[in-house]
Design a protein around this ligand. Structure first.
Ligand code: SAM
Length: 276
């Protein structure tokens, strides 16, 4: 059983020097750990990837629930602490930069039915981590991550909200995303300056029917290029008659702005432009 009291003692007695550049804010509240673990619904068919185990606050519970846990930690100073805090046969810790790691290769040796990512992420690289999980085709079945509130709000944003962007659409192409917890600043050591939330990404079963993904993602990016501009301006390099024809089906026209359109409308647009 992982002990938060022991964790605090170890960090204090070692005079552990928290590195801001690595986003080191460690969880020191057992209730928060339990909530994250419960929301994750990990079982003995699950391989869990944890990015940034820190001193093992989450890791200790992950190894109890999961079949295997694979961690990536950039800071080798944490090795003696992690060795002391969490020992388990089903735990592997790689001391390397997650963004440079070959996860696809690393997970080949494991057998599992479900692949989850559960982590309190280093906030300075939250979006690159999520994008890597998608671009490297790791595509976990579930991602449960603690992130800075503003970043999480962008991930899960819906049309007509200020946080809705090409990133929200990109992510919603692969995942259903929702907030599962609000987190107080007081549960961390040291206390961060920003508010946090835990967001859950559930992989979409039936991928949406996009004929040409490259065109689709380019169209979405272009549509949001200049925030204040309407689609006539942002999409002026496309066949505007065609764009207008599709928009009409949804009671929009070229004066609409990208932030008003759902992912389904973007897909319809891309698929129609595709057949030129
Ligand atoms: N999981 C621990 C917890 O909740 O108490 C620590 C979370 S702390 C917010 C982020 C952790 O990510 C730190 O341990 C930090 O050293 C690690 N980290 C930062 N950049 C990293 C990277 N590029 N690859 C892997 N780990 C990284």
């Amino acid at each position: 059983m992982y002990s938060i009291t022991k964790l605090k003692e170890i960090l204090d007695s070692n005079g552990f020097d928290f590195k801001k550049m690595y986003g080191q804010n460690f969880i020191i509240d057992a209730n928060i750990i339990n909530s994250i673990i419960n929301k994750s619904e990990i079982d003995k068919d699950t391989l869990v990837i944890e990015i940034g185990p820190g001193a093992g606050a989450l890791t200790g519970s992950l190894v109890e629930k999961a079949k295997n846990v694979l961690c990536y930690e950039i800071d080798t100073r944490l090795k003696p602490i992690l060795d002391h805090m969490v020992q388990s046969d089903n735990l592997e810790i790689k001391y390397e930069d997650f963004l440079l790691s070959n996860v696809k290769e690393d997970i080949k040796k494991y057998s599992y039915k479900k692949l989850y990512v559960v982590a309190n992420l280093p906030y300075y690289i939250t979006t690159p981590i999520i994008i890597k999980l998608i671009e490297d085709k790791i595509l976990p079945d579930k991602i449960v991550v603690m992130v800075q509130k503003e970043v999480g709000d962008r991930f899960k944003a819906k049309p007509n909200s200020k946080d809705y962007s090409s990133l929200s659409i990109y992510l919603s192409y692969y995942y259903d995303i929702k907030k599962v917890l609000d987190i107080s600043k007081n549960v961390f050591m040291p206390k961060p300056n920003v508010d946090s939330i835990v967001v859950m990404f559930n992989k979409k079963e039936n991928n949406l029917k996009v004929n040409d993904e490259t065109l689709f993602f380019k169209l979405v990016k272009d549509a949001f290029k200049m925030k204040r501009k309407n689609l006539r301006n942002n999409l002026k390099d496309y066949d505007l008659d065609k764009v207008n024809e599709v928009l009409k089906k949804y009671n929009f026209d070229l004066t609409a702005r990208a932030e008003q359109l759902s992912i389904d409308i973007f897909i319809d647009l891309a698929n129609n432009l595709n057949i030129q």
